[in-house]
Ligand binder design. Structure first.
Ligand code: IPM
Ligand code: MN
Length: 339
């Protein structure tokens, strides 16, 4: 197995180190290549992501990414638009998979959370993220800025089919989240696609929620969700909320998946580089470690993925109220795996 590792910036470096320790404890002999991408490389060379980087990354079975960005030295958008999104687009990561589970013992801000165990299948290559827009008369009182959401039948159908497959393998419920009462063009395309594919998955119950109502249900009744399918921006927003209700962004993992298998998929914590706590050894590596579990499952190593998740569950369940250190969490998971 050939793995590309992009530790990135800030706590990305620290949590990735623990994730790699966990991987090594489970799957010996993984060939790893580290890539210098992110704020440090940009500040040194002015480069965000080159064609050569992309070509070289393509020769791996998977990519593990920590976090990128340093808002203190790199203007907002430079690395997002110059590195992370181009990478997701170049590798056709159309399924942005974001599971949320409330593990026993995790701190949730909800009074009566009930069982929380759902996955958001967020479209990853289209929508408002494509950079399809522009600005004119910048800086004048007549300034106009536009971002146009791109939704193709091809792009919507492939992610909808992936979500149906996942629902079938889980509890058999799929919820489309959109805003079809206002965004009638894109929303119509999403709704019709779901309706047309649904008969092929007669065993899957289909539901629909407007995005605004979905944020209410996620707080008042999160157990109603099994698989959510939604567009790029709605998926971005709702998965931060999902992370918050399941104990915080420190445990939220994600996979950027090319479901066709043509390109390597990329696994990363949902959180950012958190420069405010970087270098202090106090970032929770759980999200990075659970991203390794997602990666293993994607690569067909389900038993190994189960073991990581069980170790994380045990660790979260045995934590006291005090702070945990990055390496302490890594130590506990590695010890639980017999490493
Ligand atoms: C995420 C992040 C990214 C996104 C940013 C950093 C571009 O918020 O992975 O959720 O919006 O997709
Ligand atoms: Mn986000």
């Amino acid at each position: 197995m050939k793995l590309a590792v992009i530790p990135g910036d800030g706590i990305g470096v620290e949590v990735t180190a623990e994730a790699i320790r966990v991987l090594d404890a489970l799957v010996p002999g993984v060939e790893k290549t580290e890539y210098d991408l992110g704020a440090r490389r940009y500040l040194r060379t002015g480069e965000t992501l080159t064609d050569a980087d992309v070509e070289s990354l393509k020769s791996h079975d998977a990519i593990l990414l920590g976090a990128i960005g340093d808002p203190r030295s790199v203007p907002a958008g430079v690395l997002e638009r110059g590195m992370l999104l181009p990478l997701r687009f170049a590798l056709d990561h159309h399924v942005n998979l974001r599971p949320s589970r409330l593990y026993p013992g995790s701190a949730t801000p909800l009074k009566n959370p009930g069982e929380i165990d759902f996955v958001v299948v967020r479209e990853g290559t289209e929508g408002l993220y494509t950079g399809n827009g522009g600005a004119i008369r910048v800086g004048t009182p007549q300034e106009i800025g536009t971002e146009t959401s791109v939704n193709t039948r091809f792009g919507v159908e492939r992610v909808v089919r992936d979500a149906f497959d996942r629902a079938r393998a889980r509890r058999g419920k799929l919820t489309l989240v959109h805003k079809t009462n206002v965004l009638v063009n894109a929303g119509g395309l999403w709704q019709r696609t779901v309706d047309e594919v649904a008969p092929e998955f007669a065993d899957v119950e289909v539901d629909y929620c407007h995005i605004d109502a979905a944020t209410i249900y996620m707080v008042t009744e999160p157990s109603r969700f099994d698989v959510i399918v939604t567009d790029n921006l709605f998926g971005d927003i709702i998965t931060d909320l999902a992370a918050a209700v399941t104990g915080g962004i420190g445990t939220a993992a994600s996979g950027n998946i090319d479901a066709s298998g043509t390109n390597p998929s990329m696994f990363e914590p949902v959180h950012g580089s958190a420069p405010d706590i970087a270098g202090q050894g106090k970032a929770d590596p759980t999200a990075a470690i659970l991203s390794v579990a997602l990666m293993l499952r994607h690569l067909g190593k389900a038993a190994e993925a189960d073991r990581v998740e069980a170790a994380v569950e045990a660790d979260l369940g045995s934590r006291g109220d005090g702070p945990v250190s990055t390496s302490e969490v890594g130590n506990r998971i590695v010890a639980a795996l017999g490493g």
